[in-house]
Design a protein around this ligand. Structure first.
Ligand SMILES: Cc1ncc(COP(=O)(O)O)c(C=O)c1O
Length: 397
């Protein structure tokens, strides 16, 4: 009667959602302040005042039909020009408005990109740990997600494992740096090695292999750590960008895809992006927010809270006896669980009302994710609880 697959996707709650709902229930019982919910990647830094002001100015000054009417499918041409210029100024690229397709956030950008590229039997590679939605996005367009196991020492790429995953059916490789959930940023050496290998494989297989660079956390990089702009290293790159995290706008659904001139057969790829957006009904990203991001192009993100939270949590967890790769960006930590079964570990953490997400959900069993886009004061109060949790395990070690 209905698609069983869609029914399953719509009714089977994700682990993150289940944990979040558990948190709401516990908060009603023991009080909001006694719940330490590290489960969601919902930015807690307020939306910058310049963004809100831009929205108010647009609403006050512009004709309603110019603000709320349809734009052309790829988005307002002027805004795309402004955004392209801003990317060029920051990263030394050479884009024009015609290289951008505005979307309802990174989720839409990714799904459109997968749909645009996917032919029967195609494979898309993700590096563990990875954003769990990749699987349902890729499968929804008929592709197969192939997962490269993690390199847990630094969460860069395990190239030996990666090479084994490449086949003539490989259509694209998903890169997410700064990474959700590890907080790692791929170094220039990693990007160079990745792109050199892909260039060789393109030759060997005789067809393009794309990189889909998923970049909602591009601006959240600590200590000036550089985040290489992948199109500068590899021609067949599509960039999926979002303002959800950089401007704390996740509810407004705004972002874009960059299709550089240098991709193999630009007209064909951009055309397929437009076609995929059409059938997925993702044409015309929210009109007001197109205008807002156009006015705010190139303005800075405030990452000071994430820097402070990340340092405090990392140091606190290490002091409590956890092992964890130091985060370089985004707002997540991905420590090793203190027992092999990460689900059992996260269940035990609930005893202290610490809500953590098992690493298995990110394709990386034996770890757990801590989202620290929450109040600093909550982290301060949570650290002694992490210590108690660790002591339960370490006293037997
Ligand atoms: C790695 C990654 N990609 C994509 C998305 C989707 O972001 P958006 O809100 O722009 O759809 C998220 C959201 O958390 C994410 O963490």
């Amino acid at each position: 009667m209905v698609s069983e697959k869609m029914y399953e996707l719509g009714t089977k709650k994700s682990t993150i959602r289940t944990i979040f709902e558990f948190g709401r229930k516990r908060a009603a019982e023991v009080g909001e302040e006694n719940i330490f919910d590290f489960s969601l990647g919902n930015p807690n830094v307020p939306t910058p005042e310049f963004v809100r002001q831009a929205a108010m100015d647009i609403l006050a000054d512009m004709e309603p039909s110019a603000v709320h009417g349809y734009t052309i499918a790829p988005g307002n041409p002027e805004v795309r020009e402004i955004l392209a210029k801003s990317i060029n100024e920051r990263f030394g690229t050479n884009f024009a408005g015609k290289n951008l397709f505005l979307t309802a956030g990174a989720a839409a950008a990714l799904t459109i990109s997968f749909k645009a590229l996917c032919e029967e039997g195609d494979e898309f590679i993700a590096f563990a740990p990875f954003f769990p939605e990749y699987r349902c996005f890729v499968e929804s367009v008929g592709g197969k997600l192939v997962v490269v196991p993690a390199q847990p020492e630094d969460f860069q790429i395990d190239f030996a494992a990666f090479e084994k995953c490449l086949t003539p059916r490989t259509k694209a490789v998903i890169v997410n740096s700064p990474n959700n959930p590890s907080g790692a940023i791929y170094s220039e050496a990693t990007i160079e090695r990745l792109t050199e290998l892909l260039a060789l494989k393109e030759k060997e297989y005789g067809h393009p292999i794309f990189i889909i660079s998923d970049e909602p956390y591009r601006e959240i990089a600590f200590d000036g750590y550089p985040v290489p702009y992948v199109t500068k290293y590899y021609a067949n790159t599509l960039v999926c960008y979002s303002y959800s995290k950089s401007f704390s706008l996740p509810g407004e659904r705004i972002g874009y895809i960059v299709v550089p001139d240098e991709v193999s057969d630009f007209g064909k790829v951009y055309g397929a992006v437009a076609g995929a957006a059409r059938v997925l009904t993702h044409v015309n990203a929210p009109s007001l927010w197109q205008l807002v991001v156009g006015r705010c192009a190139g303005k800075p993100s405030d990452i000071s809270t994430y820097v402070k939270n990340g340092q405090m949590l990392y140091q606190g967890l290490i002091a409590a006896g956890f092992t964890c790769v130091k985060p370089q960006g985004a707002f997540y930590l991905f420590p090793k669980a203190l027992e092999a079964d990460d689900y059992a570990f996260c269940e035990r953490a609930k005893k202290y009302d610490l809500l953590l997400v098992p690493g298995t959900d990110f394709g990386c069993p034996g770890y757990f994710r801590v989202a620290y886009c929450i109040k600093t004061e909550t982290i301060e109060r949570a650290l002694p609880l992490f210590k108690k949790l660790a002591a339960e395990y370490l006293s037997f070690a």
